[in-house]
Write a protein that binds this ligand. Sequence first.
Ligand code: PMP
Length: 296
Amino acid sequence: MSQAPLLIYLDGKLVPESEAKVSVFDHGLLYGDGCFEGIRIYNGRVFRLTEHLVRLYESARSICLTIPISLEEMEQATLQTVAANQLRDGYIRLVITRGVGSLGLNPYQCPKAGIIIIASGITLYPKEKYETGLNLITCATRRPAAAALSPQVKSLNYLNNIMAKIECIQAGCEEGIMLNEQGFVAECTGDNIFILKGGQFFTPTISSGALNGITRQAAIEILNDMGLSVREVTMTRHDIYTAEECFLTGTAAEVIPAVQYDRRPIGSGKPGPVTAEVMARFSKLANSTGTPVPYA
Ligand code: PMP
């Protein structure tokens, strides 16, 4: 992470972080009305930038939010923000707010969406957890049904996930499993989940309430390259209790082992060998592919 004050992209301009401010009348703040993406920079390249931008524009379209610049312009703005901050490794937070409007829900009173791009760093879990593995609980907070709000919309209102995260922290765990309304496993508070059982990998279907994670997709490709099949299934807690290995995926988390669930060991209770291989391959993939940053 660079030491100098960050330059933030705000509505078309790069401004010092001390000047990067939004109105108290922005509906992103008033109602959590907007959407976002988290993206990684590895070794001077942005990992799966197009995939993240496609998902961002789909989130926006789903909530009738017009992003005032094209996907290609957003790509350039993102790369320029990373370059301006001289970041070779880091994290990009791309935020689209509904924009400034009057008090009251009506989004059509907000004439122009706001665009914020922050390129900085992120540390989600302590480094040793990648060697020792995470402990998970079952969160009482359920994922909302798609009919309430599609889990595919990465909205600025993450309270559902935050409520579940509070449960994890209060239980002394780093992450937790969120079930859908039917009681099937959807995902974790900010990560997707994979389990190994009988030589096959399993992950919950998107229709179970899981976000279609970019890292999830990368993990599926890696497992297929390793000659392992991945089945997208309706997953129960029993499946995790009886799994041989388990790992989580996410842009911030990358690929991380999980070794305990509801205080029961998963498999041997230690990170498994296949998980270690997936982690190594993910690191290689992330550090050798992606859109190059146009540094000056
Ligand atoms: N689920 C949720 C709820 C998330 O917020 C995230 C992180 N964006 C993920 C899964 C993982 O998705 P990705 O690999 O695209 O970061």
